[in-house]
Design a protein around this ligand. Structure first.
Ligand code: ZN
Length: 318
């Protein structure tokens, strides 16, 4: 057993499409696991064309209710094998409409998959920066419909450089008016000002947000507003954002008093688990089990759950 494997964990940032089970996909496609692995797992860090392929291929596999249910169920089981006790799973519903599934059918299928397991899990529905306003609005609407019925929030993903976060003010105002909480992928490939925008819109958490390290004001704002960063070390290596783990600012962010939770982002693409991430943090930065436990408590504090559910989970962590 790996170090920290049996430690109970909370996963707040994990994309379904980047976290498909190799054996499961092998069964679906009747290809051998080695071939599937080549398609789902990034073979060379920083190769953005290959990275996009690793995320677009899974979407072609997830165009029926059965597959979506199966994928969600399997991910929950895989997370449980890593001693995850609570997860917020991200999906981009519009990516699964190529064969005319409706948004309702997609969300229902995913929730059915989750319910087939004993893992406590919620969905976060992703909007995309390169989509039309109306398309993203539809995601907020469907999230509102399923809020407290398995969907926790919405998120915004995609190219921060081409589509800066500040240009989504109206969209997040709509989410706020709709009563739908949100997280934002910001300050990953973009800058600290993307994080500033997300904070000003009312984001509950920031996906990645590593660029906060470049701005004292941004770090102060994160602390003042009590907004954690969802740090995904292996993902940052896979995308080529950092060449080596030691370059990640996670330690400096924590030392500055910024709240940090550790997540995987894309388990299969980046060949990682939360256990692996904890081991990397321990090996490279010297993080200890007490810090991981505190980070998991922090993750529960910032999860999209009721106070009662949070209290129950905190008990489970002990
Ligand atoms: Zn992500």
């Amino acid at each position: 057993m790996k170090k920290y494997e049996s430690l109970k964990k909370v996963e707040l940032h994990c994309h379904l499409d980047g976290s498909l089970n190799l054996d499961k996909v092998s069964k679906w496609t009747r290809k051998n696991v080695g071939d599937v692995e080549k398609q789902l797992r990034l073979q060379k860090n920083g190769d953005m064309e290959a990275y996009k392929e690793c995320l677009s291929y899974p979407k072609t596999l997830l165009q029926t209710k059965m597959r979506l249910k199966d994928a969600a169920e399997q991910l929950c089981k895989d997370l449980q094998n890593d001693y995850v006790v609570y997860a917020e799973i991200r999906v981009d519903p519009l990516a699964h409409t190529a064969k005319d599934l409706t948004l309702n059918e997609i969300v229902d299928s995913l929730l059915e998959g989750i319910k087939n397991t004993t893992l406590k899990a919620r969905l976060i529905l992703c909007m995309k920066r390169d989509r039309e306003f109306e398309e993203n609005k539809a995601i907020i609407d469907i999230a509102k419909k399923y809020l407290k019925k398995g969907v926790a929030a919405v998120d915004l993903t995609g190219d921060e450089v081409k589509y800066p976060t500040r240009s989504f003010k109206e969209l997040f105002a709509y989410a706020k008016d709709s009563g739908v909480p949100f997280v934002v992928h910001a300050g990953e490939t973009g800058t600290a000002s993307d994080i500033d925008s997300a904070i000003s819109f009312g984001a509950s958490r920031i996906g990645h947000g590593v660029k906060a390290i470049t701005s004292y004001d941004t770090m102060e704002a994160l602390k003042r507003e009590n907004i954690p960063l969802e740090i995904c070390l292996s993902s940052n290596i896979a995308t080529g954002l950092y060449e080596k783990y030691g370059d990640n600012p996670v330690q400096r962010l924590v030392d500055s008093g910024v709240s940090v939770v550790i997540c995987t982002d894309n388990r299969t693409l980046a060949n990682t688990t939360l256990t692996d991430e904890y081991n990397t943090l321990n090996r490279v930065f010297g993080f200890t089990i007490n810090e991981f436990t505190n980070m998991n408590k922090l993750a529960i504090e910032h999860a999209f759950l009721s106070d009662k559910e949070k209290a129950e989970l905190l008990k489970e962590l002990e």
